[in-house]
Design a protein around this ligand. Structure first.
Ligand code: PHE
Length: 448
């Protein structure tokens, strides 16, 4: 059985950052910040990311590298036969549901790319982009086909293996995405009336916050970091002992926050400048960005490059969701990798079909007052991921010894005892208590 491993430290950081940065920061963040209160939402999201997300990320890295096992086996090894092994399984199931609707948005990007290349996005009015987009996503044939294509790419890359497939792609795409975002932000903040948008994102107005938006910010913090589902356990299991885990976690968090900020700064000035509504929902980025690009020199070309990078960001996240599943079900036996990637990838596509149709023929089919797409998204982001995060934050202090945690954390470079203790106690007390309070608040059992 041949073991996979990352070729370089930077390769791992980029691949893990690639998993983190995806639709969460670029597509979802602007639209839920738009509905959830702008600046106040952003601030709470930042707090949750740093205080709750960062310790969990380091924790998942430790579990992964210590055991060198896939998400399911890792917990089994540390706590054999106990309740805790549910964490790995929960993570795998969550990623399965997640990828099934994630691929729908991946498909939308592919369609937009195609439309941009064909030139059909040139010269429309601002409203025109919104209408065009709604028409596009209501059409089942092309959207399903595009979703299929998205899954196909994910399957092909994951079948190739983590090093050749995931690492190499991430190394080129991530820096390029960054650069293009900068261009976009410069363009967006120089639009007339952009100040309103910048204020909307950066100046908090707490009167707009609701219990629900706090829960969304919590879910979003975990979602964008890919924590709570043991994806990072899986990725860290391919790491050598020389990698310093806190350093890797910090790089990923900084990049992630930066991308969310850039996405916000690219979108909201445009929203306000064109007189659009910030709470337009999932269509926001697709309706606003073409308009931002449209009056710019080489706008179409830039937009095409942007969509390509956006697609890659979504793909590098999709790779990690499929990888956790492939690693867990093959027990990292590489001879089974190709076959398993195909089987699982296709199954996920099939399960994702109703989500895709939620924007068209199934738009009136509601369960718990939500379309299938929204229901899946809500369940994953606001229930399953925080639940997984809660369980991991309980598992680590309860089932792993402090000395072993310290030893693993300090590999590769020194870690001060004070840092270690802050990390340990935040994870042990602050994380679970905060998650429970947010849950209770949403259920109406606690009012603050
Ligand atoms: N972090 C990814 C994003 O922001 C989503 C993701 C969640 C990926 C969980 C893997 C696991 O798009």
């Amino acid at each position: 059985m041949s073991q996979e491993h990352w070729k370089s430290k930077i390769g791992f950081i980029l691949a893990a950052a690639g998993s983190a940065i995806g639709l969460g920061a670029i597509w979802k963040f602007p639209y839920i910040a738009g509905t959830g209160g702008g600046g106040a939402f952003f601030l709470i999201f930042l707090l949750f990311t740093v205080i709750l997300g960062a310790p969990l990320l380091i924790g998942e890295f430790i579990i992964g590298r210590r055991t060198k096992l896939d998400a399911v086996s890792a917990y089994q090894k540390i706590a054999p036969g106990s309740f805790w092994t549910v964490i790995g399984r929960l993570g795998v199931v969550t990623c399965f549901i997640l990828l099934s609707f994630y691929s729908v948005i991946g498909g939308w990007i592919i369609i937009y790319l195609f439309e941009a290349i064909r030139g059909s996005l040139d010269g429309l009015s601002q409203d025109g982009y919104g209408t065009l987009f709604n028409d596009i996503i209501a059409n089942p044939g092309p959207t399903l086909f595009a979703q299929f294509l998205f899954m196909l790419i994910a399957i092909l890359v994951v079948a190739k293996g983590v090093q050749k497939g995931i690492e190499v792609t991430s190394k080129i795409m991530m820096p390029a995405l960054f650069l293009l975002f900068l261009v976009l932000v410069i363009r967006s903040v120089s639009l007339d009336g952009s100040m309103e948008g910048i204020k909307f994102l950066l100046v908090p107005d707490f009167s707009k916050l609701t219990s629900e938006s706090v829960l969304f910010a919590l879910g979003q913090a975990f979602f964008t970091l890919s924590v709570g589902v043991s994806v990072m356990v899986t990725y860290a299991s391919y790491l050598p002992k020389t990698q310093h885990l806190p350093q890797a976690a910090f790089s990923i968090i900084i990049i992630n926050i930066f991308v969310a900020l850039l996405a916000g700064l690219a979108i909201f000035p445009g929203v306000f400048s064109f007189g659009l509504e910030p709470d337009a929902g999932p269509v926001l980025i697709f309706a606003v960005l073409p308009a931002v690009f449209s009056n710019m020199q080489f706008g179409t070309l830039f937009f095409i490059i942007f969509l390509l990078l956006f697609l890659f960001a979504a793909l590098t996240s999709a790779f990690s969701m499929l990888e956790i599943f492939v690693a867990a079900t093959t027990k990292k036996d590489n001879t089974k990798r190709t076959k398993r990637s195909w089987q699982l990838g296709m199954l996920i596509f099939l399960v994702g079909i109703p989500s895709c149709l939620s924007y068209g023929v199934l738009s009136d089919f509601l369960l718990f007052d939500k379309t299938i797409f929204d229901l899946f998204d809500y369940t994953v982001s606001n229930i399953l991921m925080p639940l997984g995060a809660l369980l991991i934050s309980l598992f680590i202090p309860l089932r792993m010894s402090k000395s072993m945690l310290y030893e693993e954390m300090a590999l590769g470079s020194n870690v001060g005892k004070v840092f270690f203790h802050i990390w340990y106690y935040v994870l042990k007390y602050v994380t679970p208590i905060a998650i429970i309070i947010v849950f209770l608040d949403v259920l109406g059992l606690w009012d603050f």
